[in-house]
Design a protein around this ligand. Sequence first.
Ligand SMILES: Nc1nc2c(ncn2[C@@H]2O[C@H](COP(=O)(O)OP(=O)(O)O)[C@@H](O)[C@H]2O)c(=O)[nH]1
Ligand SMILES: [Mg+2]
Length: 411
Amino acid sequence: MAIELLVVLAVVVLVAGGWLIRQRVGRRAALEGNRRPALEDRSDATRVRRSTTTASSTDAAVKPGDAEDSSASTTPTTLGAASSAAHRPTPDPSPTQRIRSGLRKTRGGFVARLADLLRSRPQVDAQLRDDIEEILLTADIGARTADHLLEAIGEQLDRDSITDPSAVWTALHRAAAEVLDVPAPALDVEPRCGPYVVLMIGVNGVGKTTTLGKLAARHQADGRRVLLVAGDTFRAAASEQLDVWAQRVGCDIHQGTAGSDPSSVIYEGIARARREGHDVVLCDTAGRLHTRKELMDELQKIRRSASKALSADREAPVDPHDIFLVLDATIGQNALAQARMFKDTVAFTGLVVTKLDGTAKGGVVLGICHELQLPVRFIGVGEQLDDLRPFDAEAFCDALLARSPDEATQL
Ligand SMILES: Nc1nc2c(ncn2[C@@H]2O[C@H](COP(=O)(O)OP(=O)(O)O)[C@@H](O)[C@H]2O)c(=O)[nH]1
Ligand SMILES: [Mg+2]
């Protein structure tokens, strides 16, 4: 009897064990089945020449849409959690649409006020001109640029004897498009004396590190091998933040020790990129507040170190190919003041205007273009990886002013 009981128990244990093993094997097969195509997807989608260090395989299994929740915070953990969409640049059916939605708040501000004004008036008269002037002067585009626009609109109204207020919109559109159209040669991102080196400068919190991460993703997606250089050695967290971006994008990073000289980190980073064959070197810098003299000294030193690293073993000297000044649109006219200060201290080659999605002060881009006469190269319209857009004067003007007062408030 006891033996029979033992036999029955043994059979039950064997059956249960077999069932458990089948369940585990089945689950693993299902998981692997899910993972493999995702990895293949990634290499197809991004054409990224994979770097040796970072990108974790689990990132690949996440859909692009998962980045919707990309964090507002820059702490490594939050960025890490949101990093999933990473290196799968989302297919973007309508870049213009993204710029439009990024400028929604600005359209809701002075643009909507202008549109309402022009819709509500029966004719062009002196009062209408005064009201347009008042709106433009309070629109964060700067008094000088507002005056310039008014003059351009006025000239056209007088010349063409326009009496229909809605035609003023067309005149404004034309004048704004001219202001935004600062002559700019195409960026030479594959220079003969490479790698293509970019220094990102600007005060603290404007979006330098975030922009570098987004820029790295763009270059990777175009098949270039990117090295991020953590030249902001002032705060340890800055280097960690850049490291999170490197993992997110799947590119290499060069970091110095905390507190080390930013110039030497950047020198070593560029030297390493030349040794290891990177195509693009994107250098972060510290954004702490400086006096003008300190700022100039530090930026000049960084610039010289970058040139030295690029020129080593070459016959002719090679300078860093681009220096981008990053400006935060949410501070409106202060961004223009910052740009003027930097312009006096370092010869930057282009501008990046960030956080346009979070402000009604997007008109400041008009002031920046008009007063500085330097090309805006990129705009930031959100915190997601693909929220950095090459600046296109016409597309920006269309997104800002649309084609008519009605469209301007509807879009
Ligand atoms: N909404 C929005 N936030 C941005 C944009 N660019 C940067 N940020 C945020 O601005 C904050 C500061 O950015 P960070 O790159 O650390 O600035 P840095 O100090 O100049 O390096 C972060 O919370 C970013 O997520 C943008 O285009 N739109
Ligand atoms: Mg930073």
